[in-house]
Design a protein around this ligand. Structure first.
Ligand code: GLC
Length: 580
């Protein structure tokens, strides 16, 4: 029997804290690499439908699907030519509607990934816009005259997020267009009310089809300074998670503009107009500090529902750092806000590869415990549940357009960055196919075809089929935790206390509680040594990331969930039934 948690069930009043999207766990699917149903080596929408039972059984409730809309696919979906249609690589509209239906039939939710900032340069709007200065679509994009030398110098000094000037010269009209990402992804002009209306129309269309929310791509790049003031100098060459300055430049006038924040309010009120169920948005705000991030949710909570917090991507599994970050989240994202808990995605170095070779799986389990028990909305990237690693691939033969941009840089420089900072310019490495089994191509596609990216040898062990059979595997650990969230409301909507132990710097305790439920304790041993703790005799362990010896003995990198003895038996019984 599989136990399902009905969203909103038995709630007397729909309190702010009990909105379904605040309690959910999101699982990101990168369609190209999830499951290939039609033997072309590329994952597709019918492939996702095929695996819905797996996801349902895993226990995730919300699926975020990376873009599959029509487009040339140079950035694999992040370059759209038709927001109302599906790329042939991934299926057709009927498959898309079926996917929505099938997700809902399982009482799960589905979130689409919208690229509002830019279109493909092959979008009919851009083709028109480019055709002449007085075309009706000219003002759909950001065009400007160049400076000096007969307009042959870019309009200002702005650099794009991917490096180099973000201005691109168009010979036929002797003007430059702006693109925050790659040159084939021209930025839409959000100062044009017609553009804003058209893009809100995209949201409306998919909301009307029943989509439960949106992930909004590089949303902090929508507006640019109106008078195109030059960006000031910065000493920083590489951006950091909490600051966008890079390539010796602040992004003062090209990112995070006031007008973007105010447009987020329009997005919010449109989305909040849809009820039963409520819908939500989560914004990708690249390289931003806590205050900027918070700004996107609006001072009075009238902006985006959620923003990704990427600060956790490189979080060391150490008590001080984990406690510090969680405290920052608590301070900035108090109710009615809620933080997000993110450890990877289709752009970033896989978390399991950052945890070091030694005790890798034990640490990955502890990391999962943290992600699924701290206050916040967890986002799991496909494959994290089996510990998929970044697959080291030569970037010069990459498919990723970002890596292609740097193809003249010697490989050893990137290898160094990889080793020192766990940074890979080649995003193919974290996009290799999902590892379903230990067969050729990991069960991602038929043995007779070549997958679009090769799988690592690790797929022999780090795969669904092998780990499903092992109750101690990382996958089983995820499953148990995801089930527990359904029985312990404290984990999904409870308040949080972060407790450090003065006498033992390796131990962190999270206390989660609601007004009506007993407090539960989540205890982490962030060390490779055994730790023996004094535990309140009122409490008993009901979950461990390792083989539980006893409630007060913690093995290396072990984490446990403790509940009051009086309720432990009931929860364990429910768990046994649900995991059967
Ligand atoms: C976001 C996406 C990334 C894409 C870029 C341009 O960062 O996550 O994959 O290449 O935006 O759309």
């Amino acid at each position: 029997m599989t136990f399902r948690w009905e969203v909103g069930l038995s709630q007397k009043v729909c309190k702010e804290s009990s909105l379904w999207w605040k309690k959910t766990v999101v699982y990101q699917i990168y369609p190209r690499s999830f499951y290939d149903s039609n033997k072309d080596g590329i994952g597709d929408l019918p492939g996702i439908i095929n695996k819905l039972d797996y996801l349902n059984d895993l226990g995730v409730e919300t699926l975020w699907i990376s873009p599959f809309f029509a487009g040339p696919g140079k950035d694999f979906g992040y370059d759209v030519t038709d927001y109302f249609n599906v790329s042939k690589d991934y299926g057709n509209l009927e498959d898309c509607f079926k996917l929505i239906r099938e997700v809902h039939r399982r009482k799960m939710k589905i979130v689409f990934d919208l690229v509002l900032n830019h279109t493909s340069d092959q979008h009919p709007w851009f083709l028109e816009s480019k055709s002449s200065k007085d075309n009706s679509k000219r003002d759909y994009y950001v065009w400007r005259k160049g400076k000096k030398n007969d307009g042959q110098t870019p309009p200002n000094n702005w650099k794009s997020m991917v490096g180099g000037s973000g201005w691109h010269y168009d010979k036929s009209t002797n003007e430059w267009y702006w693109s925050q990402f790659l040159p084939f992804q021209p930025d839409l002009n959000y100062r044009n009310p017609e553009v804003r209306e058209k893009m809100l129309g995209v949201l409306r269309f998919w909301l009307d089809q029943g989509v439960d929310g949106f992930r909004l791509d590089i949303i902090n790049a929508l507006f640019e300074d109106e008078s195109l003031r030059d960006n000031p100098f910065s000493f920083k060459y590489l951006p950091s998670e909490d600051h966008p300055a890079q390539f010796f430049q602040e992004a003062k006038y090209s990112l995070n503009q006031e007008e973007t924040l105010s447009f987020m309010k329009d997005v919010r009120s449109l989305v909040d107009g849809y009820r039963k169920p409520e819908r939500f948005t989560v914004g990708e705000v690249m390289y931003a500090g806590m205050d900027t991030l918070k700004g996107f949710t609006g001072d009075d909570n009238s902006g985006l529902h959620l923003v990704f917090l990427f600060q956790s991507l490189d979080l060391p599994l150490r008590c001080k750092e984990v406690a510090g970050l969680l405290r920052q989240y608590e301070k900035t994202f108090k109710e009615p806000n809620i933080p997000t808990l993110v450890f990877g995605n289709h752009d970033r170095f896989r978390r399991a590869s950052k945890l070091g070779k030694k005790d890798n799986i034990a640490k990955a389990k502890l990391n999962a415990l943290l992600q699924l028990t701290a206050r916040g909305v967890p986002f799991i990237y496909q494959g994290e549940e089996v510990g998929m690693l970044n697959h080291h691939l030569p970037y010069y033969s990459s498919h990723d357009p970002f890596a292609k941009k740097y193809k003249l840089v010697p490989q050893f420089i990137f290898d160094l960055l990889r080793r020192l900072y766990h940074f890979s310019v080649n995003r193919d490495e974290c996009r290799t196919p999902m590892q379903w089994d230990d067969e050729v191509h990991g069960g991602f596609c038929s043995k007779s075809v070549k997958p679009w990216l090769p799988l690592s040898k690790e797929h022999k062990i780090r795969n669904v089929k092998v780990q499903e059979k092992d109750p101690q595997s990382l996958l089983s650990n995820y499953k148990k935790l995801l089930k527990l969230r359904k029985f312990l409301p404290q984990l999904c909507e409870g308040r949080e206390e972060i407790i450090e132990n003065k006498d033992n710097k390796n131990i962190l305790i999270l206390k989660r509680y609601t007004d009506s439920e007993d407090a539960i304790l989540i205890i982490f041993n962030f060390s490779e040594k055994f730790q023996i703790l004094k535990i309140d005799p009122l409490y008993r362990s009901i979950f461990s990331t390792q083989k539980d010896i006893s409630s007060n003995v913690f093995g290396p990198w072990e984490g446990k969930i403790l509940v009051e003895k009086s309720s432990a038996f009931g929860i364990e019984k429910k768990m046994r039934l649900s995991l059967r």
